[in-house]
Write a protein that binds this ligand. Structure first.
Ligand SMILES: NC(=O)c1ccc[n+]([C@@H]2O[C@H](COP(=O)([O-])OP(=O)(O)OC[C@H]3O[C@@H](n4cnc5c(N)ncnc54)[C@H](OP(=O)(O)O)[C@@H]3O)[C@@H](O)[C@H]2O)c1
Length: 269
């Protein structure tokens, strides 16, 4: 595996090895290879996926160390100045968005960043917003839905989108009991038995952690430009609120895996 670095320095948050603590480091800027864009980032958001990557989710695939996590971001393409936001994750793993510059295959799920959309808000949207929108669309005509983990990134969007679709939403926070409903979105269970116990409350059930023995219940987000454009339009129209719990300057972002209040953590470059 090879990643060309230009030799010009940039600040980034990175892990020296799998499972290592995040550190502020100075790295050479990544250089775009054919078919890639180089982007100067304005903001990046934090997803649980990022920590899983640092912990070695893709161990066995090519990685770059220090490993810069981060899949979601908003910025401008170096050279053209085009403003974009979306998902930047690509292989080799480790050239992520917790940095001043990132490279991304032009075929990733990327969309125009509207001038009147706060880049921090746009950066908060891709993974959690696309997941929430596609999950709610998977509910079909279900009238009521239990959402376990309603205050996190995905949950805070899913609650709003399901309500806007006319569904009765039953948010299930820590310690809340479950009741019967038409559908279940479980954003929390990490093991099969926990999810299957929850899934007894609804005939249609999904989890986002791939723990069900029934593949139809294991939901995987499919990134697309079209979905990003829809999400941006919903925000601009005032139909979707983007709760940002923390805005952290890049140079202070070593603790972003420590957790956050309701909504999203966003790193500001
Ligand atoms: N398959 C896919 O395509 C896909 C896409 C996106 C996300 N995901 C996965 O989906 C999960 C949720 O993602 P996210 O971005 O929403 O994460 P997040 O922002 O960390 O939110 C998770 C939320 O769940 C809450 N929670 C934890 N344990 C709970 C419990 N026992 N009962 C009720 N609520 C509980 C947390 O509350 P506290 O803050 O109090 O801990 C937090 O508000 C993650 O595992 C992520 O990796 C999968």
């Amino acid at each position: 595996m090879s990643v060309t670095r230009s030799g010009v320095g940039m600040w980034a948050i990175a892990a020296a090895d799998f499972g290592a603590e995040l550190e502020l480091v100075e790295l050479p800027e990544p250089s775009a290879e054919p078919g890639q864009l180089k982007v100067r980032l304005f903001a990046a958001s934090v997803n649980p996926f990022d920590r899983k990557v640092v912990d070695g989710m893709f161990r066995g695939s090519d990685h770059v160390f220090p490993l810069v996590p981060g899949t979601d971001g908003a910025g401008e393409v170096v050279g053209s100045g085009e403003r974009i936001f979306g998902t930047f994750f690509h292989h080799p793993v480790g050239v992520g968005t917790y940095a001043e510059y990132v490279t991304v295959p032009a075929g990733n799920a990327l969309a125009p960043l509207p001038e009147d959309l706060d880049p921090a808000v746009a950066a908060a949207l891709p993974t959690a917003g696309m997941t929430a929108l596609q999950l709610v669309e998977s509910l079909g005509s279900a009238q009521s839905v239990l959402i376990i983990g309603p205050n996190g990134g995905v949950g805070s969007f899913a609650v709003q989108i399901a309500r806007a679709a006319g569904k009765r939403v039953i948010p299930v926070g820590r310690g809340d009991s479950l009741v019967e409903a038409d559908a279940l979105i479980d954003l929390v269970s990490n093991d099969r038995s926990s999810f299957e116990a929850n899934a007894r409350y609804a005939p249609l059930a999904f989890n986002t952690n791939y723990v069900s023995s029934d593949p139809a219940q294991n939901f995987g987000m499919k990134g697309s430009r079209e979905t990003l454009v829809r999400l941006a339009s919903m925000v601009q129209a005032g139909d979707l609120d983007v709760p940002i719990a923390r805005r952290v300057p890049l140079r202070e972002a070593v603790d972003v895996f420590a957790g956050h209040g309701p909504g999203k953590t966003v790193i500001i470059m």
